[in-house]
Design a protein around this ligand. Structure first.
Ligand SMILES: O=C[C@H](O)[C@H](O)[C@H](O)COP(=O)(O)O
Length: 228
């Protein structure tokens, strides 16, 4: 699913630009993925070089490890509100609707990103689309419900695959112990409605459509950034 190294300088430009929005004392939502990697890196560098102090709420085990690497103190939603969350996306449209979950982290990401006072999305140009839906919608599902959820998704017109692990036999297991079904819809007419409809299938934990929550989209290019 991932397109990790291809657009690295664009991802770095986007991640580093987002780190300019971080202020001393902020609690940050730390998204997941190869673009957010650069945001976390730059926040860590600013802490070391400028002496700013922040705390982070990771959205995955991957972002927890990265935060630890850069000495960003970890906190939780129990203890703190989030000032700013920064996260990547697999697709973003002109209304700032997103598909996320290419790294199977969308459930925690949605909790953290929705809870933030400000949410910035960082992408390279390949993620900007006219209409969502080329990228299949990741749907996290309780393992026992997989078959019936696939049936319900197919009834809604999707082609479905349980996401398979690499270097492990069998399905990807999320940080929450669940499976991910990648659901390819031929058309997503209304992201808002689909986001709600998918979550009303019993057994679905969360889906990767994010709507009505993004404040700013920073697009990294090979020589800088632009905003949508
Ligand atoms: O589950 C993973 C996340 O939603 C990522 O933020 C998304 O897949 C984008 O990742 P990347 O920046 O690696 O393309």
């Amino acid at each position: 699913m991932k397109n990790a190294s291809k657009n690295d300088s664009s991802k770095k430009n986007a991640g580093y630009k987002a780190a300019e929005y971080v202020e001393d004392g902020m609690v940050l939502g730390l998204g997941t993925g190869s673009t957010t990697h650069y945001f976390i890196e730059k926040v860590g560098m600013r802490m070391a070089e400028e002496g700013i102090k922040v705390k982070g709420i990771p959205t995955s085990f991957q972002s927890l490890l990265l935060a630890k690497k850069w000495n960003i103190p970890i906190t939780t939603l129990e203890e703190n509100d989030i000032d700013l969350s920064v996260d990547g996306a697999d697709e973003v449209d002109s209304d700032f609707n997103l598909i996320k979950g290419g790294g199977a982290a969308h459930t925690k990401e949605k909790i953290v990103d929705y809870a933030a006072k400000e949410f910035i999305v960082i992408v390279d140009e390949s993620k900007v689309v006219g209409k969502l839906g080329t990228f299949p919608v990741p749907v996290e599902v309780i393992p026992d419900a997989s078959r019936v959820v696939i049936q319900a998704l197919e009834d809604m017109g999707a082609e479905c695959e349980i996401r398979m692990a690499q270097r492990k036999d069998g399905p990807v297991i999320t940080d929450n112990g669940n499976f991910v079904i990648d659901a390819k819809f031929s058309e997503i007419a209304s992201p808002q409605h689909l986001e709600i409809d998918l979550n009303s299938i019993p057994g679905v934990v969360e889906n990767g459509i994010f709507t009505q929550m993004v404040d700013r989209v920073i697009v990294g290019t090979s020589d800088g950034t632009k905003e949508l």
